[in-house]
Every structure is written in structure tokens, then in C-alpha cells.
Design a protein around this ligand. Structure first.
Ligand SMILES: [Zn+2]
Ligand SMILES: [Zn+2]
Length: 183
């Protein structure tokens, strides 16, 4: 049986395309994801809590204690994305380092570029003889407190969105334990 394609307009990017089934609404896999979960910018900023100094990452973390977010299907460090948004491309082989000693922070004002040697030197100065583990503990405690505060906060979503500068979907994910299940 020959496949009949149905001409459609993608509901995410408005590009005309040929759908293989009447149920198909979007032109490509990235458009399907974006339509369901929001654009990358929406997903990114929905996971950031801007305190007076640090901007704390509320999404997933890697084992080293740094925030990660999937960008074009690849797990990417959140503070590097933030650097890219605010300061521009990161030169090849360079690290984005923290001035504020808070690996959960993605505030571009708290970040600077450096190579791996500088990275190791700065870590050694902060916590002699330790690896990144201590930073991870500090971060976990801080963000755990915010997650617990959001869960205990009974104000309507319209007020929570303002109070925590987060998207409704990110707050809903924390409250329903879709994220931060272990807390
Ligand atoms: Zn599309
Ligand atoms: Zn900071």
C-alpha cells in the first residue's frame, strides 16, 4: 500500500511539511519536543532561581555538582550555556569557572574563563586537598532548601511564579515530584 502524505503546517515552527499520519502535528522530532516541553530558553530560564547574588540552578545536576540541561539532545553544563547567552562563545578548550564558589550558580557576573590549570589551582586554594565534592554538598543543601520551601508554599501558582522567578511548569514539576524526587 502506498503511503499518502498529508500537507500540513508545523504547529511549532509554522513550516509546511508532509505528514505521514493525520495525527502528526509537527515537522520534526525537535519541533515535537519543543511543542511539548517549551523552547530551550523556556526550559532553561524555568530552572533558574535568581537570588540577590547567585542565580541558582534548579534542574538536574551531574555527579560533579554542576547543573546540566539537555541542549539539542546532549547533556550540557548550565553555567556554560549561561556564559554563551550573556558573554558569547567559549574559546576551544577553555573552562567557565566560578568566582563565587557555588557550583550551582549560573550568574554570568559570577563566572570567568580559565584553562584547566587555573581551574585546579583555584579549587586547591578554596578547599586544600579536596575535590569538587564539597561544593556539591554546599549546593545540594542550598537548593534542597528552596525545593522544600516551594513544596511547603501554599500560595497560588500566580504568586509562586513571581516569588521564585520560575515558570509555572517548573514549580509544578517540583510540587508533583516530577523533579527533585529524592527530597
Ligand atoms: Zn517544525
Ligand atoms: Zn554565584
Amino acid at each position: 500500500m502506498a503511503t499518502t502524505y498529508i500537507p500540513k503546517i508545523c504547529e511549532n515552527c509554522s513550516t509546511p511539511f508532509l505528514a505521514s499520519t493525520p495525527q502528526t502535528l509537527t515537522c520534526s522530532h525537535p519541533c515535537t519536543t519543543e511543542r511539548r516541553y517549551g523552547t530551550f530558553e523556556e526550559r532553561f530560564w524555568g530552572r533558574v532561581w535568581k537570588t540577590e547574588n547567585c542565580w541558582l540552578w534548579l534542574g538536574h545536576y551531574n555527579d560533579a555538582g554542576y547543573g546540566v540541561i539537555s541542549y539539542k539532545g546532549i547533556n550540557t553544563l548550565a553555567h556554560r550555556i549561561s556564559w554563551g547567552i550573556h558573554k558569547g562563545p567559549i574559546p576551544n578548550g577553555m573552562c567557565v569557572l566560578h568566582n563565587c564558589d557555588n557550583s550551582a550558580c549560573i550568574n554570568p557576573d559570577d563566572l570567568h574563563l580559565g584553562d584547566r590549570d587555573l581551574n585546579n589551582k583555584e579549587r586547591e586554594q578554596r578547599n586544600p586537598g579536596t575535590q569538587a565534592k564539597g561544593e556539591q554538598c554546599a549546593r545540594s543543601k542550598l537548593t534542597t532548601e528552596i525545593v522544600l520551601a516551594i513544596r511547603a508554599d501554599s500560595r497560588p501558582y500566580s504568586q509562586l511564579v513571581v516569588a521564585y522567578s520560575m515558570s509555572k511548569s517548573a514549580i509544578a514539576a517540583i510540587k508533583t515530584r516530577a523533579t527533585w524526587k529524592h527530597v
